[in-house]
Design a protein. Structure first.
Length: 288
């Protein structure tokens, strides 16, 4: 049991770094995913994850696989898409989800085009699927910093965020914090997706944000409990995925997300809050 569960993290530095990075992502990104789910904006996270691709690609062209250049490029691209989508929504009849979808498709195509023309297949795989087993000190500092900023911002804006989830019209009528809360939240989404991008890539980063939050929904109803369970699921998924990657030579990012997906499926079936088993056999579950 020691050799299976603990030895990889005791013996190998790259496994320790990967685990620390995943814990940081779980702590910062997963609570954001809970609020995305509560606001019915889960697909917005997916759109924003792809929106950062052209900025990261331009950063790669300028400075290679530079953490700083790709981070700044991703942040600029993500925030640009978020602001443009918000602007189009306010001045036209197009809804925010439709405008985000349009900009995300353009961004995804542009990013892939840039990488295909100027990069190699290895570079393309690095950007799309990440390199969680190759995180260095600078990447870990970035991920931990993003997690700290996110936790602090969510603590400060917790009440407005909850109100916006429940009744956004009421928040607009009683407080001037509505617009600031909305755009700050979008900034946190972009920030965490950029951080997750370095470890899990643009295609997988949103998975650690949304899947644990969706799984937690079948185990709790209060927001505090949802966040705690979602973070726990994300951390356990990260640990299990890294171990599967190590023992069976699997790609680490997809392994982590698949474990999180399995947790979601099990929660969907057996979760006590609206799970399929509870709905199909309510009396039996209650008696047990």
């Amino acid at each position: 049991m020691w050799e299976i569960l603990a030895q990889p993290f005791v013996v190998f530095d790259f496994m320790q770094r990967a685990l620390v990075g995943c814990v940081a992502i779980s702590t910062g990104a997963t609570p954001v995913g809970v609020f995305l789910m509560l606001r019915r904006m889960s697909l917005t996270g997916d759109a924003m994850a792809h929106a950062i691709l052209p900025g990261a690609a331009v950063g790669y062209l300028v400075a290679g696989l530079s953490l700083g250049a790709m981070t700044v490029g991703g942040l600029i691209a993500g925030m640009t898409v978020a602001l443009l989508a918000g602007f189009v929504t306010r001045v036209t009849a197009l809804r925010e989800d439709a405008s985000l979808a349009a900009f995300y498709l353009i961004s995804l195509a542009l990013g892939l085009l840039i990488l295909s023309i100027r990069g190699s297949n290895v570079d393309l795989m690095h950007v799309l699927f990440g390199t969680v087993l190759a995180l260095d000190d600078a990447a870990l500092i970035l991920l931990c910093s993003i997690a700290s900023i996110t936790v602090f911002a969510l603590a400060v804006l917790f009440r407005p965020l909850v109100l916006e989830c429940v009744d956004p019209q009421f928040l607009r009528s009683v407080s001037g914090l509505s617009a600031m809360t909305h755009f700050t939240f979008l900034a946190l989404v972009v920030l965490n997706l950029v951080g997750g991008f370095h470890a899990l890539g643009t295609l997988m980063a949103v998975g650690i944000m949304i899947l644990p939050a969706a799984a937690a929904r079948f185990w709790a109803q209060s927001i505090g409990a949802l966040i705690a369970i979602a973070i726990s699921v994300a951390m356990l998924s990260s640990l299990s995925g890294l171990l599967l990657s190590y023992h069976f030579s699997l790609p680490s990012g997809p392994a982590i997300i698949l474990v999180a997906g399995l947790a979601y499926v099990l929660s969907l079936v057996f979760g006590p809050v609206g799970g399929l088993a509870v709905q199909a056999f309510p009396r039996r579950v209650l008696e047990a």
